[in-house]
Design a binder for this molecule. Structure first.
Ligand SMILES: Nc1ncnc2c1ncn2[C@@H]1O[C@H](COP(=O)(O)OP(=O)(O)OP(=O)(O)O)[C@@H](O)[C@H]1O
Length: 306
């Protein structure tokens, strides 16, 4: 899948701004970004549900939006909102989707049995979808979105209402699909999920601000991370708030995690600044993680104090 100069305007708002993307076959490709950064709008354009204002999209050798109808038969699409029928049973929902995709009845029975087993739904086949838990609903929605064996799967925040264990299991299922050759494009707000992607795009205000393998993005971060141990991390944060070179700070338990411009801050300068505020602290270097990459990529320098 390749997108070039992908842009979508809603009136004067540029929701997606000149985005360039290349997604390889059987990759799990993640979309990360703050609320309103354009993730859903991009996904909807890539799968032919929304017309771009500008740009070229090639998906599975098809030109989108021109070939959107042909694409629909080869992709699956799932959103955070449960879009199946709550008053149909698990099995009836899958039978309905199999019929929508013109799967002959002789084949659909085997396929549905296979999906019920794979997504741990076999003992719930006669339960009404509306009475299932959030995690079970998402497993059913995933089963429904792959009933026709799509080559490409679009998932828009599929696990936003799901507990951590169910999220892990859901992601295991995504890797199982990718191992079998399915390309997966998935948006998320969770760093642990983003970390698991083969490749990741970070969107901010409609623009692509980072793109690469998670480990590579962490290694390429042009900032330093400092971990501050002291008795009063909140006071330490206030003391450093308007310091030069500091990009972001977050208290993690009793520790203060500081993201700073490289070369403008050192452990010594931080200790000195804190000491001037009457705070004794021990500062050591930390390893950048994906949250640091996300904060750096989406941080607005105009909000910094000089
Ligand atoms: N149909 C529409 N009409 C007008 N504005 C829209 C429409 N769809 C999206 N937008 C706007 O486009 C911007 C991007 O929205 P989008 O839903 O793509 O963001 P997102 O990154 O998916 O957000 P979230 O993480 O909250 O789901 C937002 O400012 C949103 O209000």
């Amino acid at each position: 899948m390749v997108a070039r100069g992908l842009t979508r305007r809603f009136g004067s708002l540029v929701a997606v701004d000149n985005v360039e993307l290349t997604v390889g076959k059987a990759q799990v490709y993640g979309f990360l970004g703050p609320n309103g950064s354009g993730k859903s709008t991009t996904i909807r354009m890539l799968c032919g549900l929304l017309l771009p204002s500008a740009g070229d999209i090639q998906v599975l050798g098809l030109s989108i939006p021109r070939d959107a109808e042909a694409l629909k038969r080869r992709i699956g699409y799932m959103t955070q909102k449960f879009s199946l029928y709550e008053d149909l049973t698990v099995q009836e929902n899958l039978e309905f989707l199999a019929a929508v995709h013109d799967i002959p009845r002789a084949h659909s029975k085997t396929r549905i049995d296979e999906l019920l087993a794979r997504y741990w739904l076999h003992d719930r086949r006669h339960q009404l979808a509306g009475t299932m838990s959030g995690g079970q609903k998402q497993r059913l929605a995933l089963a429904g979105s792959v009933v026709h064996r799509p080559e490409l799967l679009f998932l828009d925040e599929p696990t936003s209402a799901v507990d951590p264990q169910s999220r892990r299991e859901f992601w295991d299922s995504l890797f199982e699909l990718a191992d079998a050759g399915t390309t997966i494009l998935v948006s998320t707000h969770y760093m642990d999920e983003a970390e698991r992607c083969h490749r990741l795009a970070i969107l901010d205000e409609g623009r692509l601000v980072a793109d690469g393998a998670p480990a590579h993005l962490c290694a390429a971060l042009p900032h330093s991370v400092w971990l501050i141990q002291c008795d009063a991390p909140r006071r330490a944060q206030q003391a450093l708030e308007h310091s030069t070179g500091i990009v972001a700070m977050a208290q993690i338990g009793a520790q203060l995690r500081v993201l700073a411009e490289r070369d403008s801050v050192s452990a010594r300068t931080l200790e000195q600044r804190l000491s001037q505020a009457g705070i004794q602290a021990h500062v050591e270097a930390g390893a950048p993680n994906l949250e640091d990459v996300f904060v750096a990529a989406t941080h607005d320098p105009s909000e910094d104090a000089a």
